[in-house]
Ligand binder design. Sequence first.
Ligand SMILES: Cc1cc2nc3c(=O)[nH]c(=O)nc-3n(C[C@H](O)[C@H](O)[C@H](O)COP(=O)(O)OP(=O)(O)OC[C@H]3O[C@@H](n4cnc5c(N)ncnc54)[C@H](O)[C@@H]3O)c2cc1C
Length: 376
Amino acid sequence: MKSRVLVLGAGFGGMELSTLLSEALGEKADVTVIEKGDAFVFGYSKIDVMFGRLTPEAVRLPYRNFVKPGVRLVKETITAIDPVARRVTTTDGSYEADFLVVALGADYDLAATPGLAEDGNEFYSVAGAGRVREVLPKFSKGPAVVGVCGFPFKCPPAPSECALMLHHYLAKRGVRGACDITLVLPLSSPMPASADVSAALIAAFAETGIKLLLGRSVKALEPGRKVAVLDDGTELPYALHLGVPKHQVPKPVLESGMAENGWVPITLRTMETRFPEVYAIGDGAATGLPKAGSFAESAARAVASSILAKLGIGEAKPNTGTGSCLVEFGDGRLSWADLDFLTGPKLTSVFHPPSLAGRAHKEQFGASRTARWFGR
Ligand SMILES: Cc1cc2nc3c(=O)[nH]c(=O)nc-3n(C[C@H](O)[C@H](O)[C@H](O)COP(=O)(O)OP(=O)(O)OC[C@H]3O[C@@H](n4cnc5c(N)ncnc54)[C@H](O)[C@@H]3O)c2cc1C
């Protein structure tokens, strides 16, 4: 009998894992992917949507085009996970697995930050970015705050990108002189994994007059007074707030008993949870590494090799913790750092300075995944 692999979530991690298993096993694979959405959207497309560069429709990659031998994608919402029995309940039924992989990403806890849902303009979801797209053209004077409400959060440089994009967006409209921009980050630098990228961002903030507050997060918004309250008690007046909500694993994972302090503990080299034949990959896993798509793919490669090894094919390979962090500077330039956390004794980082030519790297990043997963 075929071994049943159940993959929860069709994001970076889930799609890469299923693709690798399909490539290795073809029709002999028995992979079921459970996904509640109709379409995949790259994380960075949310920034394109909020600043009006692309429409919400244009950035959707419909799952009907995710077609792989031996892989079945079902559109259902997961409501419960039993990691001991490896049983998953959905709105439509239940599934059992020989291997269970949780790849449900991170969810947003807007209620953790009072006032955020009312006046915070979160831009980390497609729906939120779509709403901000309508708000931005109405903002033309006063203080803007780009505020992060908790740590860890997806794509550490994304709030910095947002602040720089906002600067150039307002400059283009001729209203930058009437606006202030403050960026609040709960980090020690704009991108702790790369001192070079951080230095380039700090230089760009100095050039564009963006005020950077490090090591702090937004604790609450008071929409009546139009004030953001930081965790050290500082009060920042705002006319526009653009927010990154506190993150945690989706509710069914929280309720499954797999999570601790909002995230799923794993063994970093294997991505195994404490439950036999149950893995967690991507943003939901407590890796301590950046929460970004390419790190979810690195974890997917380790898990695919582990499952295949257990089926008698090849050797299990450890998670390399490798990934590429892309950073837009808002003026058309793009920088990135190729990071490798786990191959050697310490993190290695290769810096690619901001340049207009760097855009081709991002285009290639998106195009290669679109071709690999969606055949386009
Ligand atoms: C503004 C922004 C910019 C970013 N920029 C970059 C970047 O430039 N490069 C980069 O590598 N990363 C970037 N990221 C981060 C990247 O998007 C995530 O790290 C990546 O998507 C994580 O992959 P994942 O597989 O863990 O989860 P996801 O890709 O989030 O996939 C999880 C899937 O699970 C599904 N799901 C959740 N709950 C349920 C349920 N109950 N039932 C069924 N399905 C469910 C979701 O619908 C989703 O499709 C960015 C993120 C944001 C928000």
